[in-house]
Design a protein around this ligand. Structure first.
Ligand code: S3P
Length: 436
């Protein structure tokens, strides 16, 4: 698919539900006794992989005609042995969080995934979960396909996170749910806290202590009983990032993105774009389902280059690809560092973005832990392609945005991965007037 120079974008749109919150709402509902209802669930392939896995282990999950999801859980400790391998598709979050859940259940499960997921490192979860008693037979390099055997009873763990990863933190907390005693995770750099918020919402005894240096100490009392909940999932800030950057870059644009999650562990891109000179206004801030939410009014703006503090990385970890597109249109040079984690996402996002940016005429220097980008000062990018998206939804959407501000258009080799997180991406661009 080719994306070409767009006229000014306008209108009001809403993005689909938050992917992180959607996964967690299905998993915790599947462990509560009774019926939970989830509204605004992201119906993307990644979340549907989680739903299929929870069904395969005994949960009853139905979507009604109004789009509300009804989940009857099996109770903590009540998951059943799945009869076949759990196919995780492209979804690292499904894989790592479910490995945590299963680590304290007396069952054996095999996890498989697509070519992208099968390259991603799993030692970051198998290592702490093995300390809790689970055992793993992995493919070379601690990768998928892998088979695990959970331990029941598992041994509670006291663990200091060696990487800033909400997936690792969440895997350990989910394992702790069916483990006797207290599971403790020490998080030196804060990451998204949806698991903590939702575990509390479901009635788990979870405490968070924040030390003077921002280290977070999370304790969970095991053998928890979860009570069914009614959940409203806010719009995904990681999906809102694409229309937000598009509206800043396409001259004359004025766009509203309704109902976007604004949890501060996720809102780093908004801060960064504002520092670059972007006009983004939060309208009607409110709380929905225990998460801060607002509508974003975005006005096209001239941007300037930045050198963002690497400490901000976890709060915008999935937004770097589209932030690199913003930098490519900014005035001057941007230097991004401290981003080693981007190399183990759905693709190696430093290498994939560097190659794609070069292919559309941007001068970049790839660093081991980041990238240096020379901005065009607002002049359209040359364009070109095809861009190799490497089964990575966010690479596809980032270069689609670049196409809207290009001279010759940007061709994307494969838009199919967009269905993992943002199935309505192309129709949404059409609503804004971005597509011919
Ligand atoms: C996620 C955590 C992040 C993020 C991913 C979703 C989550 O991964 O990149 O898209 O829902 O916990 P890491 O924990 O690997 O940083």
């Amino acid at each position: 698919m080719t994306f070409t120079a767009a006229p000014a974008l306008s209108g009001s749109v809403a993005v689909p539900g938050d992917k992180s919150i959607s996964h967690r709402s299905l998993m915790l509902s599947a462990l509560a006794v009774g019926e939970s209802r989830v509204e605004g669930l992201l119906e993307g392939e990644d979340v549907l992989a989680t739903a299929a896995a929870m069904r395969a282990m005994g949960a009853d999950i139905e979507r009604d005609a109004d789009g509300i999801w009804h989940i009857h859980g099996v109770g903590v400790g009540g998951l059943l042995q799945p009869e076949t391998a759990l196919d995780m598709g492209n979804s690292g979050t499904s894989t790592r969080l479910l490995m945590g859940l299963l680590a304290s259940h007396d069952l054996t499960a095999t996890f498989t995934g697509d070519a992208s997921l099968s390259k991603r490192p799993m030692a970051r979860v198998t290592e702490p979960l093995a300390r809790m008693g689970a055992s793993f037979t992995t493919s070379p390099g601690d990768r998928l396909p892998l088979t695990m055997r959970g331990a029941c009873p598992a041994v509670p763990l006291d663990y200091r996170l060696p990487v800033a990863s909400a997936q690792v933190k969440s895997a350990i907390l989910l394992a702790g749910l069916n483990t006797p005693g207290i599971t403790r995770v020490v998080e030196p750099i804060p990451t998204r806290d949806h698991s903590e918020r939702m575990l509390r919402g479901f009635g788990a005894e979870l405490d968070v202590e924040v030390e003077a240096d921002e280290t977070r100490i999370i304790t969970l009392v095991g053998e928890a009983e979860l009570k069914p909940q009614q959940i409203v999932v806010p719009g995904d800030p990681s999906s809102a990032a694409f229309p937000m950057v598009a509206a800043l870059l396409v001259p004359g644009s004025q766009v509203t993105i309704a109902n976007v999650g604004l949890n501060k562990t996720r809102a780093g891109l908004i801060d960064l774009l504002r520092e670059m000179g972007g006009s983004i206004e939060v309208i009607n801030p409110r709380e929905v389902g225990g998460e801060p939410v607002g509508d974003l009014a975005v006005t096209a703006s001239a941007l300037k280059g930045v050198e963002p503090d690497p400490a901000r990385a976890p709060s915008m970890i999935d937004e770097y690809p589209v932030a690199f597109i913003a930098a490519a249109l900014a005035q001057g040079r941007s230097v991004f560092r401290g981003l080693e984690e981007l190399r183990v996402k759905e693709s190696d996002r430093i290498a994939t973005m560097a190659a794609g940016l070069r292919a559309i005429g941007v001068t970049v220097e790839e660093l081991e832990d980041g990238i240096i980008i020379e901005g065009s000062g607002g002049a359209p990018l040359a364009g070109g392609g095809p861009i190799a998206t490497k089964l990575d939804h966010r690479i596809a959407m980032s270069f689609a945005v670049a196409g809207l501000v290009s001279r010759d258009g940007v061709m994307i080799d494969d838009m199919a991965p967009v269905a993992t997180s943002f199935p309505t991406f192309v129709p949404l661009l059409r609503t804004l007037g971005a597509l011919a």
